[in-house]
Design a protein around this ligand. Sequence first.
Ligand code: FMN
Length: 303
Amino acid sequence: MAYVLALLASGRSKGFTASVLQAAISGAQQIVGVDVELVKLHKFEFGPCTSCFQCIRDDAHDCVLKDAMGGNGALMEKIKQANGWILADPVHCWGPSAMTHLLIERIYPLLWSGKLDGMPFASISCASNQGMQRLANKNLCKWAFCYGFRYIGGLPVHTVYLERALLEAEDLGRKLAEAAKRDAAERKKFPDGERYLAYLNKPFSVLEPYMDNLTGGTMAYENSLIAEGLENFKREEAIKLLKESRQYFENALELCKRNQAEDACTQLVRATALWTHATWKEFLEADVVKTSVPGAYRPVDDE
Ligand SMILES: Cc1cc2nc3c(=O)[nH]c(=O)nc-3n(C[C@H](O)[C@H](O)[C@H](O)COP(=O)(O)O)c2cc1C
């Protein structure tokens, strides 16, 4: 039996977000062999991550906080078992709600255990006033990318077209349930090379913002964090990794200029694996996390 979590992030358990989620649940329940559980996030008590990094250091990759998302906390246990999520979120301040942000922050331990790598994900962003549901939807897609979820779809909804949205949500629920069934049969991991390409046509596409961020908005190597790192880094191992990263990064820049997005992504995946390992060596290993890079973290030798 596939297990789908229908996560409600709105505090109004009979509000608009809840009604659109209910439609998605009905869709998911049409698929035989799928068990759907409605989970009202506001019923659980959990706070923000305290950055203790124990979840990275411990082999079990569990959270040490004593709340619903820590260790064997009630919500964390459900999340670990899930074959897919339908996350329904009210639009707050032109983006995802604080509740959803909190949830996303607190599944950080599962990034290190690899437990959610490849899990099917669908979301609903529900606005009823000024809007910006598309922006919120994009943000949720970004988080799905960060955690390596398989993005089944995101539904930006405004209550001005609630009836249509209910039909679309039902369809999204069905799609998510089908994907969850495949996940229950066999979880397919989602390595970076595949993931960067798969998100190219999603609401959040990684190539442009990643290149923009690394180059401070200039798309020029001279202004990049990698160039800056090569001037400022102190640790020999970090400098070595950065030097290796540089070539792939310059390739990615060149390919971006030629609008060859897929090839640029392939180069960027290699550049960023080396870049993140370099920053880990320079900053995180001794001063922040105080451990070497865990096995689940971006293999640098993925060809
Ligand atoms: C703190 C807060 C911020 C909000 N910001 C927005 C917004 O940026 N855009 C919008 O259309 N609605 C906004 N709303 C209204 C919610 O999106 C509205 O409640 C939404 O339809 C979710 O439905 P629900 O509350 O019935 O679950 C906001 C509500 C709250 C409480």
